[in-house]
Design a protein around this ligand. Structure first.
Ligand code: ADP
Ligand code: ADP
Length: 841
């Protein structure tokens, strides 16, 4: 930041700008088609990145309608016009369907409106319809200009000057129905809404025996239905791409009654809006209810989730996705040449990619065609590997084969949780247990980490034992931070006693250290010469060898929620005196199910509430207050949560250990914020990682900001303690936990198959691995090889991918920083998939 780094960043900023100057360029941004949460985050990023590179950015209100109508529908945006919209659902620039734009006449008007303002760069945020429209417009552009010139509406010079239209698309659609992208903007938030409803049903319905038929959006695409089914362990799911086999009615009833017999009180059936049978006839929620009631006599309710799914605030994932994509879109526009085809920026795994718009649209239409022609296998394949992996995983976990149909492996596989609890660990255990059982193993659960293992807390765990685990926070198996080193003898003894043939470790940095210790002890104890694999699960996201860990997404959402709850309360108090009483604000994830942790947020916020009440009384009639929130996040030395929380919440600064800062930085941040607060901006947010600096503590920063902000703003601080680890897991963590652990079990089964007959000793490094996601894929990496990538002193990986997103956060908060956005920068092609690794996410 300050000192050397500042001059460094100036240099690279200059080189960056030389290559990619937006000076003299004008970018139009519009949202079109159905709205989706996160669209605002995308608009904000486009506007700010555009302004940052020196371009003019224009809002085009009401989608293509505003482009056709022109006038006050096309307005230049400035920095502040996108302030405080990050957390707002929907789109502030409006979205509409527009018939006129489907005609050449309409597009002629639109072209005229753009040319008059010099706009030759278009950033369209919408679904496949909107993007198709944009592409047609781009192809016709020069013809349209010729025509306008002929009519005398523009002159020849304008035709030449604005000869090409560059188009970049971002997919905003809650359905995730666009091929070529792993996640579209809005999908994750929609999943949040669905899962909130499922969780509410779960808690209220446990007291009755009931069946719920839940209909979710997706007229042509079953993504939401499939992933929610995966995330809540639904009994049955109906999708357009994968209709149930003939005779499904009977099969479903058998399945429901079997689950009932296993003491499951609640059945959940998820139906995509566009569900069909193999004859392409619709299957409706009512029809399903009728069936359950007449065949089984169960008390059955239908819930249709409609527009709720588009509502609410965007999730942390969507905000980060949209911010990354928005910035990438601007870079793509600046890099476009007349030869570059219109492209879509999107995410593949954890990597930003650019794909030709036409190919994506084509593939999306091919899916529909395949469904229409009842080639359902093709439909699933064309949807992409993420969809396929989800479907396969769902099937494996939901359908239990009768015991006599499972070929026994005669192997015992143990699962253990290690380290601090993280949301999603239970989903990972459930999935491992079920995949293991389906693969014919006997599954053993180890309780209370390595300590419990040493004491012999090992028990067989069955299919039904893990029912309903996906939605539970914390670690049901119990987890301890203790490393195995001091109990090696006892653990080896337990491995022998229970004839453990393979071990799956779910945990964070301790799990990683533990795995290293076991690996080192293989020479001495042959019991450890079995396949061992760990999947990363920790809120801190500091496990070497993986871009993400289970639990980090939930923690990020907790951070953004906490900030917004404080804001809401502050706002309410300004407007209504009634709120000026002690109030306990809990974010959506209140169920702190972590054993033995002091709940912090609720208590702390209520304390703040008391304090604020006193303040209120003191201030009585003072006007709207400007306020800065200082929030401390967990993570040990790893700044992931602080950094990504900052990106997701639109913070002004995030102090982390990885990027050292000094008093000059603090000073410049305070001044920066003070300046911002002199404008219309009223709220500031500063995040601080718990171990970012020994001396610049949260209190210190709070006091510094309080003192320096006197007369301009006041400050509040909030230490987000252990609740970041607990709470209901986010949909992402449930699914990520489920899928990564299923993949780990698959690997174990494969290893065990390689060595039929007991007694094979696994001694090579590739039999003791960390399974992690890197960029686009899941990789098994020998734990010993990861040693060189680890900073053991600070318990973080030496290289952390998210550090490259730091400049992005700063740019969006109006700092100067150099930013090399593109992972790729190259246009790629949509793959027609053959045999590849299953999707990582
Ligand atoms: P933003 O970060 O909201 O896009 P600015 O950078 O212009 O917009 O700053 C607006 C101020 O509002 C910042 O100081 C930021 O810390 C604060 N802020 C961020 N998120 C929110 C929010 N959810 N509600 C209100 N203010 C917010
Ligand atoms: P989505 O973008 O969510 O798929 P629609 O299919 O309704 O939503 O498209 C949104 C808008 O995009 C339409 O109202 C229309 O203005 C424009 N559009 C869609 N398809 C075309 C097309 N083939 N040609 C021109 N414009 C189109």
């Amino acid at each position: 930041m300050a000192g050397e780094e500042a001059s460094d960043s100036k240099v690279s900023l200059r080189t960056f700008l030389e290559h990619l100057s937006g000076a003299g360029k004008a970018i139009g941004v519009l949202t079109s088609g159905g709205d989706a949460q996160g669209m605002n985050a995308a608009v904000r990023a486009v506007v700010r990145m555009g302004i940052y590179v020196g371009a003019k950015v224009y809002f085009i209100y009401e989608g293509y309608q505003g482009m056709v109508d022109g006038g006050s529908n096309i307005v230049e945006a400035d920095w502040e016009s996108v302030s405080s919209i990050l957390q707002v659902g929907g789109t502030i620039i409006g979205s509409a369907r527009c018939k006129a734009f489907r005609t050449r006449e309409g597009r002629l008007k639109a072209a005229c409106n753009l040319v008059q303002r010099g706009i030759t760069n278009l950033c369209v945020i919408g679904g496949d319809g909107s993007l198709t429209g944009a592409n047609i417009f781009r192809k016709e552009w020069s013809g349209l200009l010729e025509e306008l010139a002929q009519h005398g509406e523009i002159d020849k010079e304008q035709v030449q000057k604005h000869a090409y239209l560059n188009v970049v698309g971002m997919v905003g659609s809650i359905d995730n129905d666009f091929c070529g992208t792993d996640m579209t903007i809005g999908t994750d938030s929609a999943l949040h809404r669905i899962i909130e409803v499922v969780d509410a049903i779960m808690t209220t319905a446990q007291s009755h025996q009931r069946t719920f038929v839940l209909e979710v959006m997706g007229r042509h695409c079953g993504y939401l239905a499939l992933v929610s089914a995966l995330a809540c362990g639904a009994d049955w799911v109906f999708l357009p791409e994968s209709p149930p086999e003939e005779g499904w009615q009977e099969n479903m009833c058998i399945k429901l009654s079997e689950n009932r017999a296993r003491k499951k009180r609640l059945n959940i059936i998820i139906v995509a809006e566009g569900a069909i049978d193999t004859q392409n006839k619709p299957i409706t929620s009512e029809q399903i209810k009728e069936l359950v009631v007449t065949q089984l006599g169960y008390d059955t309710r239908v819930t249709i989730l409609g527009h709720v799914q588009r509502g609410g605030t965007p999730s942390a994932f969507d905000r980060i996705l949209a911010s990354r994509m928005g910035v990438e879109a601007v870079v793509a526009l600046l890099q476009a040449t007349p030869e570059t085809p219109a492209c879509v920026v999107s995410l593949s795994g954890n990597q930003a990619v650019r794909l030709p718009l036409v190919e994506c649209v084509q593939m999306t239409q091919d899916v529909q065609k395949a469904m229409d022609e009842r080639r359902f296998k093709d439909a699933v394949r064309l949807r992409g590997r993420s969809f396929e992996t989800n479907l396969n995983t769902y099937k494996r976990l939901a359908i239990k084969f009768p015991d006599d149909q499972i070929v026994k492996s005669n192997c015992n596989v143990a699962v253990i949780n290690v380290g601090a609890p993280a949301a999603g660990m239970n989903a990972a255990v459930r999935s491992a247990v079920r995949v293991g059982i389906a693969d014919g193993h006997k599954m053993l659960a180890i309780y209370d980490g390595f300590e419990g293992f040493a004491k012999g807390q090992v028990k067989e765990i069955g299919w039904g034992d893990v029912g309903g685990w996906t939605g539970q926070g914390g670690s049901i198996l119990g987890t301890k931070r203790t490393l195995p080193g001091k109990f090696l003898e006892d653990i080896a003894q337990q491995m022998r006693t229970h004839s453990i043939n393979a071990l799956l470790i779910i945990g964070g940095f301790e799990a990683y250290l533990g795995l290293l210790e076991l690996s080192a002890a293989r020479d001495k104890y042959e019991e450890f010469c079995v396949p061992m694999v760990m999947v990363p699960a920790t809120v801190s996201n500091n496990v070497p060898g993986s871009d993400f860990s289970i639990g980090a997404d939930t923690a990020l959402n907790t951070i953004t929620d906490a900030f917004e709850s404080s804001l809401l309360l502050a706002k309410a108090r300004e407007q209504h005196r009634e709120f000026c009483v002690p109030v306990c604000v809990l974010p959506t994830t209140i169920s702190n199910s972590v054993p033995g942790t002091e709940l912090s947020l609720g208590c702390d916020t209520s304390l703040n509430a008391v304090m604020e009440t006193c303040d209120r009384i003191k201030q009585s009639a003072s006007g709207t207050k400007r306020r800065v929130f200082i929030i401390e996040t967990m993570g040990g030395y790893c700044g992931y949560l602080a950094n990504m929380g900052a990106l997701a919440a639109g913070a002004d600064a995030a102090y982390i250990f990885e990027e050292p800062f000094d008093i000059r930085d603090l000073q410049s941040n305070v001044e920066h914020l003070t300046e911002k607060m002199k404008t219309t901006i009223q709220r500031g947010l500063v995040l601080r990682n718990e171990s970012c600096s020994e001396n610049y503590t949260t209190d210190f920063i709070y006091q510094l900001y309080s003192e320096e902000g006197k007369g301009v703003f006041d400050c509040r601080k909030n230490v987000l303690g252990h609740m970041q680890q607990g709470g209901a897991p986010s949909p992402f963590d449930r699914n990520f936990g489920t899928k990564i652990s299923a993949r780990a079990m698959q690997w174990i089964s494969m290893k065990l198959k390689e060595s039929p007959g007991k007694g094979k000793r696994f001694v090579t490094d590739d039999s003791i691995c960390v399974l992690g996601i890197s960029k686009r894929n899941l990789f098994f990496q020998p734990v010993t090889e990861l040693k060189k990538e680890t900073d053991f002193e600070h318990r973080i990986p030496k290289e952390q991918w998210w550090l490259k997103l730091r400049p992005l956060m700063k740019i969006l908060a109006k700092y100067e920083a150099s930013y090399e956005v593109s992972d790729s920068g190259q246009l790629e092609h949509v793959h027609h998939r053959g045999h590849e690794e299953p999707a990582a996410i």
